[in-house]
Design a protein around this ligand. Structure first.
Ligand code: PLP
Length: 360
């Protein structure tokens, strides 16, 4: 069931047991599904997100990660509110685009594509723009692999008393964090990233009091995060509309496997080893990383093309024939390709990858 390894930021390589969990059918009305799977997932997600689970709650929502980012912004930023998006890549800019579609009062503070978001500059902006009510930021900007200094940003945003929305899509479950400790109000992630499930839904970990204040704010029925939560909360795990049952069952299996691995801390250690093995090997072959090591996440790594006449398409096809699928680059200023370090992939896979690249 695995023609090649996906060295991509998601969908990614999943275990056979996660895929097998999709081999039975589930009734959305039956408690085996709602109480037995959905409610357990919601509890497990909150426990993964914080050591203080009583203040937080989880909502699952159909669609890809972007649907959840949109649902979150749409449910919490009111017509009179002002959103500040701190962006340093495509996913940050996408939050600005969502704000534009919704006609929200908003500003995008752009940090380019290869620098982390500066908490200091966010603080300066908030000093001079007291009208801002919400700040949103991406934790790991998958566009390049840069890991933003979330603790510093969160401290600044909370010191100014703003609502903080974090797109932790590609970091949650693979990079340790505690939403209560950081003061995060809404954290968004999806099934097919570091938890290592398959695509089909995303989820939001919300401060209960902040979500409770979102009633009636949404301007979209299917993306009404509050209504989705209220139904799950009062009907014991029921989704408002058809839920991706097989995907949800696979996600439960993936969560059990995360726990068996030793939780987020152990998974982070493995991803760091994957990354370090990859980078040491690639540097040995003469490749250079786009980012400085100090701002690099263990999630995905961008490499510069080794020469002006480098043929990415040929490189990609040659690796694919040898059972490795990598990812093109996504930035405008430099020619890059990306290699993902997350999923059911291990340091030995990266040793094989580097040996394969050396042999091309
Ligand atoms: C994957 C990802 C998303 C969501 O992308 P979808 O294609 O909608 O799943 C959003 N933000 C970041 C940082 C991501 O890595």
């Amino acid at each position: 069931m695995r023609p090649y390894l996906l060295l991509t930021p998601g969908p990614l390589t999943t275990t056979e047991t996660v895929k097998e969990a999709m081999l039975s059918d589930w009734c959305t009305w039956d408690e085996d599904y709602n109480v037995g799977i959905v409610e357990k997932i919601r509890e497990a997600l909150v426990r993964l997100a914080t050591a203080r689970p009583e203040d937080y709650t989880a909502v699952l929502l159909q669609g890809s990660g972007t649907y959840c980012v949109e649902a979150t912004l749409g449910a919490t930023v009111r017509p009179d509110d002002v959103l500040l998006v701190a962006a340093n890549g495509a996913y940050g800019r996408r939050m600005g685009e969502i704000a534009r579609y919704y006609g929200m009062h908003h500003a995008v503070l752009d940090f380019g594509e290869t620098e982390p978001v500066s908490a200091e500059r966010v603080g300066q902006y908030l000093e001079t723009h007291p009208e801002v009510t919400h700040v949103s930021v991406v934790h790991c900007e998958t566009t390049t692999g840069v890991l933003n200094p979330l603790a510093d940003i969160a401290r600044t945003v909370k010191a100014h008393g703003k609502t903080l929305v974090v797109d932790a899509m590609s970091s949650f479950g693979g990079v340790p964090l505690d939403v209560a400790e950081l003061g995060i109000d809404f954290l968004v992630s999806s099934a097919n990233k570091c938890i290592q499930g398959v695509p089909g839904f995303g989820f939001v970990i919300a401060r209960r009091s902040a979500l409770e204040a979102c009633r009636g704010v949404a301007r979209s029925l299917s993306l009404d995060l509050y209504a989705q939560w209220e139904t799950m909360e009062t009907h014991h795990g029921k989704w408002r509309f058809t839920s991706p049952t097989h995907v949800v069952r696979a996600f439960k299996q993936a969560l059990d496997e995360l726990e068996a691995e030793g939780g987020v801390v152990a998974r982070h250690v493995r991803y760091v080893k994957n990354h370090d093995t990859l980078v040491a090997g690639m540097r040995g072959l003469g490749f250079r990383t786009l980012l400085a090591d100090a701002v690099q996440s263990p999630v995905i790594t961008s490499f510069l093309y080794p020469s002006a006449d480098f043929d990415f398409r040929r490189f990609y096809e040659a690796l694919k024939q040898r059972a490795f699928v990598i990812y093109p680059g996504k930035i405008s200023k430099a020619d890059t390709f990306r290699i993902g370090n997350i999923g059911d992939v291990h340091p030995a896979d990266f040793e094989r990858l580097v040996a394969t690249i050396a042999s091309l």
